[in-house]
Ligand binder design. Structure first.
Ligand code: GRF
Length: 338
């Protein structure tokens, strides 16, 4: 299984290893002040992303000049006279050519085709000047003032095929002042945008190393299995199947727990043959957990940035099956026969 190195400075004991940064392409249509904020944040030593390209549908976009002057690769292709899919494909190709893993929309004033959005699921972010889900679309500042809101603000969200509708990753509230008009409010919100966007992108591209995010991924998969509940074991989150009294553990989350380094999940195998086969197949992914290895558990590492979550889901389900009461597995066996 090919795996990239961890994306940022990772603390291992007292030592620090500087590893690959995430690569982002920023798409703009005009002024590009958010792009500038991202660019200058990327110059800070611990920033976990770098900009591989600033691209625009407007060859005269102001932001392009700045990016070029700062030595960032730029690309522009006018959308005029082109159909949407064709133009999107040209932008997509330029982004891919730059080596970017993420697309960051920063005042990119184009509605994107579904085909384009689908190529970048979970990999494309946008910043919007409102507290989403309020005021999707245009004239957000004016609408917030007219509604008599106390606060306006900005949101960073994942891009989906619905306009301004994807999961919100970060928000900053900005107080609306009594004398505000749309322009004065926009001027203040842009300060908040310039802080929010780099910080949110940094957290997002390193989410694979964030123990809380990783735990959530395990938790939602474990709890999706039938008759499961979470019950901590020796202070670590763990999941059981079966009823409150006689339920059995099928997964343990380990974050520097049980004397182990790093982050992993322990799941049950069918026994020592399977343990050995797994250790042979991928010694970087699996290891025998202290204390638990002897009774058939295997640890699966979760702290690299290319965890195959479908695989983890399958391992959890298998572990669940091994310990689940017969009355539950019987039904599944019958269902599988059909
Ligand atoms: C920002 O207000 C952003 O929220 C919206 O478009 C504007 C872009 O401004 N999506 P700039 O080009 O980054 O200065």
């Amino acid at each position: 299984m090919a795996r990239r190195k961890l994306g940022v400075v990772k603390a291992i004991g007292a030592a620090h290893i500087m590893a690959d940064k995430a690569k982002i392409a920023v798409l703009i249509s005009g002024r590009g002040s958010n792009m500038a904020a991202l660019l200058y944040a990327s110059k800070l030593p611990d920033c976990p992303y770098e900009i591989t390209l600033v691209a625009s549908n407007n060859p005269h976009a102001k932001g392009l000049e700045l990016a070029k002057a700062e030595g960032v690769e730029t690309f522009a292709h006018d959308h005029k006279g082109m159909n949407r899919e064709e133009h999107d494909m040209i932008m997509h190709d330029a982004v891919i050519k730059s080596g970017a893993d993420y697309i960051i929309l920063a005042g990119y004033m184009r509605i994107l085709s579904d085909a384009f959005v689908q190529k970048w699921v979970d990999k494309m972010l946008n910043i919007h000047p409102s507290l989403l889900p309020k005021y999707k679309g245009l004239h957000t500042h004016k609408r917030a003032i007219e509604a008599g809101d106390d606060y306006a603000g900005c949101s960073v969200h994942l891009v989906t095929t619905e306009l301004d509708d994807g999961e919100v990753l970060g928000q900053t509230k900005v107080k609306i002042l009594p004398d505000d008009d749309a322009d004065s409010l926009a001027e203040r919100i842009i300060y908040a945008e310039h802080q929010l966007y780099p910080a949110t992108i940094a957290a997002y591209v390193t989410r694979h190393q964030n123990p809380d995010w990783i735990l959530d991924q395990v938790r939602k998969r474990a709890l999706a299995l039938e008759e499961t509940l979470e019950r901590p074991s020796f202070g670590t989150p763990a999941w059981r199947v079966g009823n409150e009294k006689s339920g059995k553990y099928f997964a343990y989350f380990s974050h520097r727990h049980f004397g182990e380094n790093g982050i992993s999940v322990f799941v049950k195998t069918s026994g020592s043959d399977e343990q050995e086969a797994l250790l042979d197949a991928d010694p970087e992914l699996y290891f025998l957990p202290k204390f638990y290895g002897k009774s058939g558990w295997i640890a699966v590492r979760l702290d690299h940035d290319s965890t195959d979550w479908d695989h983890i889901e399958a391992m959890l389900a298998k572990s669940w099956r091994i310990v689940a009461p017969k009355r539950l597995t019987k039904l599944i066996d019958i269902a599988n026969e059909f």
